[in-house]
Ligand binder design. Sequence first.
Ligand code: HAM
Length: 421
Amino acid sequence: MAEPTFRAPKGTRDILPPESGRRRALVDRFADAAGMGGFGEVVSPIFEDLGVFKRIGESTDVVTKEMFDFLDKGDPPQHLALRPELTASICRAYAEHRPVPPWKVWYEGPQFRYEQPQAGRYRQFTQVGVEVLGADDPQADIDVIALASRFFESLGLTGVQLSLNSLGDATCRPAYLEALTDYLTGHNSDLSAQSQVTLERNALRVLDSKRPEDQEIIDGAPVMVDFLTDETADHFASVRGGLEALAVDYTISARLVRGLDYYTRTTFEFAATSLESAQNAVGGGGRYDGLVEDLGGPATPGIGFALGVDRILLACDAEGVFPAPPSPVSVFVVDVTGGSHALDVCERLRRGGVGADRAYGGRSMKAQMKVADRSGAPYAAIIGEDEVAAGEVTLRDLRGDAGQRRVALDDLVRDIHALTN
Ligand code: HAM
């Protein structure tokens, strides 16, 4: 095959059938689960004012290195960016529209991060997620985490592990940050060059380093859970107790800080044991009790998560679960009289709620049967001159051993429903 003139940009990909059907089925499954949990869908703009995303944290990779930002054609131009995630957009929408809290919303869609692409890490990827705004209650944390956990289970995944931590709040964070900064500064010369720079901007971010030379120092660092105030510790205990009551398995991961700066109190991540560790996070989330206010809205607690659809499908591949759904086409219409009868029969079937497809170009019976076979449809409705004259089709079982029989056109929809239900 000749080299194509253009390819999809680096870090993006075309998702083609049947994989696209699997992706759609996964998103639909999530929409059902979120809807059943009382969440309504929000459809947000793909780009926002860059300032919205800056609130994710001025020292995070997402903001400093990975933003797809651009100036629009306005006078003066507005500095915009493709969204790298949706939590900031949802909080911006909350501050803008002031819905009645608690506001429970879900979303799906593409996100953009200028990362080094590799398996499971893309520059355009899809997330599904939920956010609850205006609820401080640990019950909200439990509800949200259990929703994600049950969703993974519903796909048939067994190798997804939940890590849980509390990052404290504005009351307990300063004392912890001081202890952490003192500790890391004491080990500054042993840290990687990158972490030394990070330390000057945000000590917490150093804990997120995956560089081998930092690991021993990180392992010895003080942990946030030892600095929680009574109130924050109680909240964390309630979340743990609720998860245990629901039999949601988790492990406490005291050094889990996540890659975004807005988190407070409960934070969590889901990792797929079947994937390479650099890309095994299939979802994550937590509380971000200051973000709405940061975006100019009223003080509003929030909690949510986002799951990476592309990575979840990789984990499903690795575990051999959640196959592509069967084709919704039940009947492939083979018309050897030229093609116009196929048009009528397909129309009749589709109007009757039966998925139907056909070939084009007046091809031979053999060629059309080949396409019928490839289509995955369980039945072929064959139309020749005899069938046209009799007002019938020949219905052939393509997958089983029922052979073929003539069916009156008027009975076709009823018969197919009877056979496929
Ligand atoms: P995040 O951890 O940055 O959190 O992303 C959530 C998930 O998106 C990751 O666990 C991963 O599965 C997927 N993901 C992230 N980057 C990529 C990439 N480059 N390629 C493929 N998949 C990727 C957030 O985005 C927060 N907004 C989650 C949240 C919601 N927190 C509170 N509410």
